[in-house]
Design a binder for this molecule. Structure first.
Ligand SMILES: [Zn+2]
Length: 123
């Protein structure tokens, strides 16, 4: 005999009658919940993409036209709205230096509060 345990609808919180593997009281609750989850994910992804692109554009703006790299300070990056926690990938050199990339632009932390910003190749 199965142990009876109270289950609550993930959408409205009502106690669910019937099968133990049910998560929602009805199809409407299931649909509402799934749509909310989906739009939460979509908004989150959109927000992260936006921040990544903004970071990338800030890095691009630091390198003078026609050049491949430039040095800048943490202050300037932060002032421009750069958010260090968002990056697309890492690149580690043989020496063990780690470049953080936002798409095709990357940066490397230098001594003090300095950063080297580089225009990357397609990875
Ligand atoms: Zn419900």
């Amino acid at each position: 005999m199965a142990i009876e345990k109270k289950k609550y609808c993930l959408n409205c919180g009502t106690v669910i009658q019937g099968r133990i593997d049910k998560k929602f009281c009805d199809d409407q609750c299931r649909n509402t919940h799934n749509n909310q989850q989906k739009s939460f994910s979509t908004n989150y992804i959109r927000r992260v993409n936006h921040r990544l692109k903004k970071n990338r554009n800030i890095l691009e703006s630091i390198i003078p036209t026609g050049e491949e790299l430039a040095k800048t300070t943490r202050d300037r990056l932060v002032r421009d709205g750069f958010q260090f926690k968002y990056f697309t990938h890492l690149y580690e050199t043989k020496k063990g230096n780690i470049y953080y990339y936002c798409y095709d632009f990357g940066y490397l932390g230098l001594e003090g509060d300095w950063y080297l910003v580089v225009k990357g190749k397609e990875v």
